[in-house]
Design a protein around this ligand. Structure first.
Ligand code: SAH
Ligand code: SF4
Ligand code: F3S
Length: 432
């Protein structure tokens, strides 16, 4: 059997794209996954382009892979960097056999045997394409609900790598989840760059279904117990959606509300479409309607023009919302974005010290949040066997748990009492 080595960088959509590519390849010829590069017949680097660092690493990595790979092994570059660099990747690194953009991964079986094939059309529409079945974890599944993004946040390269937004027909989504449930998945993660914009653009005009209606449809699937989704956009968090979030028992009480900046004037310059007040109002509403919910966020520091006052607004939102999880980044100027040409770029030193300040304060908040978990009881869905007789899973609100146990816990939801806390994970014992 041929062997496939696949490296996946970037977000959950890329992780799902890798699963889709594995499924498509297997539909033509079975591949066995390998962690050993030297053993592989096909090497795929599924790239991310959202910040600059991973892009510069790509070419040195191709060089290393070329040095250690088997003589006839092929190298493919896929994903978001493939989308925006296209044929330049082959010009700079002719050892690369094919380049497949993030919007084109359904063409994987067509390009693997064509030397120097490049498929990077960001308008390609495979929203009705039925990908083969493959998932890394049999107890949970990821399902795309839309492709691309119809926003134009001034810092973000994603619309240039994944194209315009197209929603996937709801009946296909329901069919895919139903199939996953039949093969052992009790949990689904719905994926899109802007999930709560679902239903604005379908390829055909015949469908009419918004995100809240989609959630209602999905929750009718028998045997499905947990629904998660990422990423929603704060702008589209209307009251109807929040009501569904807190009242639907299948929807996990964990929500990502990506802030980016706490300053209304910076949010304007980022073209996010909401103000600091709107953001705080949505989070207050979530905390009030659903006190058990956890809120995670993304923050960029050092966006062009960010003053000390702007940054203090971000710190202020952190104090007020006390996010349970924070993903924070230094602004990185990207091609195909308008902010890359803005004046008032912030120095790396200033951005670095702001990032440290933000992360330090968040760590303190997180320690308080996690310490308060001691003795609490959570419903944990166990999905992974770990070394040393341990099993891991997630609580409804998204916290990572470890307990002593074995295989028979996998695929089960159990009540667990927290016996030990740390910043990243909780330990517990099964609660009768
Ligand atoms: N669709 C999602 C974001 C996807 S990109 C949303 O709107 O929330 C994931 C995160 O990367 C973003 O939320 C942002 O915080 C960060 N990011 C995007 N572009 C960036 C850039 N140029 N520099 C630094 N961080 C960036
Ligand atoms: Fe990028 Fe904004 Fe679209 Fe998110 S909503 S993918 S940040 S353009
Ligand atoms: Fe990266 Fe593309 Fe995802 S740029 S974050 S892999 S959408």
């Amino acid at each position: 059997m041929k062997k496939l080595y696949i490296e996946t960088l970037g977000c959950a959509m890329n992780v799902r794209d890798s699963e889709h590519m594995i499924a498509e390849l297997n539909s033509k010829e079975p591949y066995e996954l390998t962690d050993d590069l030297k053993d592989a017949d096909l090497i795929i680097i599924n790239t991310c382009s959202v910040r600059e660092k991973p892009v510069s690493k790509l070419f040195s990595e191709i060089g290393v892979f070329n040095k250690f790979k088997k003589k006839d092994a092929k190298i493919g570059v896929t994903g978001c960097t493939a989308s925006h660099l296209g044929r330049d990747i082959i010009k700079r690194a002719p050892v690369v056999d094919f380049v497949l953009g993030a919007r084109n991964i359904s063409k994987i079986t067509k390009v693997i045997d064509k030397r120097h094939a490049v498929e990077v059309d960001i308008n390609y529409d495979d929203s009705s394409y039925a990908f083969g079945d493959y998932r890394t974890n049999r107890f949970k599944s990821m399902v795309n609900i839309s492709m691309g993004c119809d926003k134009s946040c001034t810092y973000c390269i994603v619309p240039a790598t994944r194209g315009d937004e197209v929603s996937i027909p709801s009946n296909l989504i329901v069919t895919e989840i139903t199939k996953a449930v039949k093969t052992g998945a009790k949990e689904v993660m719905l994926l899109g760059q802007n999930v709560n914009n679902y239903g604005k653009h379908f390829s055909s005009n015949s469908e009419n279904c918004n995100f809240t209606e989609l959630l209602k449809k999905i929750s009718k699937i028998e045997g499905l117990e947990r629904i998660r989704f990422t990423s929603p956009h704060p702008l589209h968090m209307d009251d109807e959606f929040l009501k569904e979030f807190f009242s639907n028992p299948k929807i996990c009480k964990q929500i990502h509300v990506p802030l980016q900046s706490g300053s209304t004037s910076l949010l304007k310059s980022m073209k996010r479409g909401y103000s600091k007040e709107w953001f705080l109002n949505r989070c207050e509403k979530i905390r009030k309607l659903c006190p058990e919910a956890t809120i995670s966020t993304d923050i960029i520091v050092g966006f062009p023009g960010e003053s000390e006052e702007d940054f203090n607004d971000t710190m202020d939102v952190l104090e007020k919302v006390r996010f349970e999880q924070l993903f924070s980044f230094k602004y990185s100027a990207r091609p195909h974005t308008t902010a890359a040409n803005f004046e008032n770029q912030i120095s790396k030193e200033v951005a670095g010290s702001r990032l440290t300040k933000l992360q330090r304060r968040h760590t303190e908040i997180l320690d308080e949040i996690m310490d308060a978990e001691l003795g609490k009881i959570h419903e944990v869905y166990f999905d992974e066997l770990k070394a040393g007789g341990r099993v891991s899973g997630r609580s409804d609100d998204g916290k990572l748990f470890f307990v002593d146990g074995s295989e028979e816990l996998l695929g089960q939801i159990k009540r667990v009492e927290v016996t030990k806390t740390s910043r990243g994970a909780l330990e517990g014992t099964l609660f009768a």
